[in-house]
Design a protein around this ligand. Structure first.
Ligand code: HEM
Length: 184
């Protein structure tokens, strides 16, 4: 996983729970990486999972809730560091449709060693979308957090539910989305 994601996770813990909490997590974590995580670097997924695991144990938060909260925190920051991906004329739905074929493609060009997930969208009506998530990482709760972050960023309410999940043996995680105007 790219260092930029580790850096966002550090910011998430520091801003929400304090620098001391992050330092304590770092001290007790059994990491393969020695030294700091830098944005363009590539680090083992196991190190991110170790940091997340120590965080949820220390704070007593269930893993799905932690991944959702982290996704919601991270999305506006990812958008802010790549403003061209979400111009002011775009809707939340158009933005989500562009993730797989544009945003993550550009991310792969910038960081050829990144492994971005597949997020295929099917238009299911004017205010609806079906999004299918496929990744070896199985981070569907992170997808939910990203959806909450998109809702915050665009001021569009996004109702979603997962109609199938790879954790239950499905071939992919499928999200049924509905969009409506007004702050979420
Ligand atoms: C400006 C917008 C975005 C940028 C710049 C961005 C960039 C990235 C980057 C750099 C990674 C790390 C890949 C790696 O280290 O191997 C990543 C992973 C990921 N992205 Fe995006 N992303 C954006 C929007 C989204 C959105 C809107 C979603 C979902 C609705 C999404 C879903 C994910 C997921 C779930 C992962 C974790 C890896 C996995 O599950 O395999 N991203 N993205």
């Amino acid at each position: 996983m790219k260092g930029v994601i580790f850096n966002l996770f550090e910011d998430f813990v520091c801003e929400g729970f304090g620098d001391d909490t992050y330092e304590a997590i770092l001290d007790e974590a059994d990491l393969q990486t020695e030294g700091p995580f830098v944005g363009p670097g590539l680090y083992p997924d196991a190190d991110l999972l170790e940091l997340v695991g120590r965080t949820i144990a220390r704070l007593g938060i269930p893993l799905p809730d932690a991944l959702r909260a982290f996704g919601r925190f991270a999305l506006p920051r990812l958008v802010a560091s790549h403003p061209d991906f979400a111009d002011s004329t775009m809707t939340a739905k158009e933005f989500l449709v562009s993730v797989d074929g544009v945003i993550h493609v550009e991310v792969q060009k910038l960081f050829p060693d990144a492994i971005t997930p597949r997020l295929v969208c099917e238009d299911a009506g004017p205010d609806r979308l079906v999004m299918t998530y496929r990744s070896e990482r199985g981070f569907c709760h992170l997808v939910e957090g990203f959806l909450d972050g998109v809702s915050d960023h665009f001021g569009t309410k996004i109702d979603y539910h997962q109609s199938s999940c790879a954790h239950d043996g499905a071939d992919a995680c499928r999200f049924e989305l509905g969009f409506s105007d007004g702050a979420a």
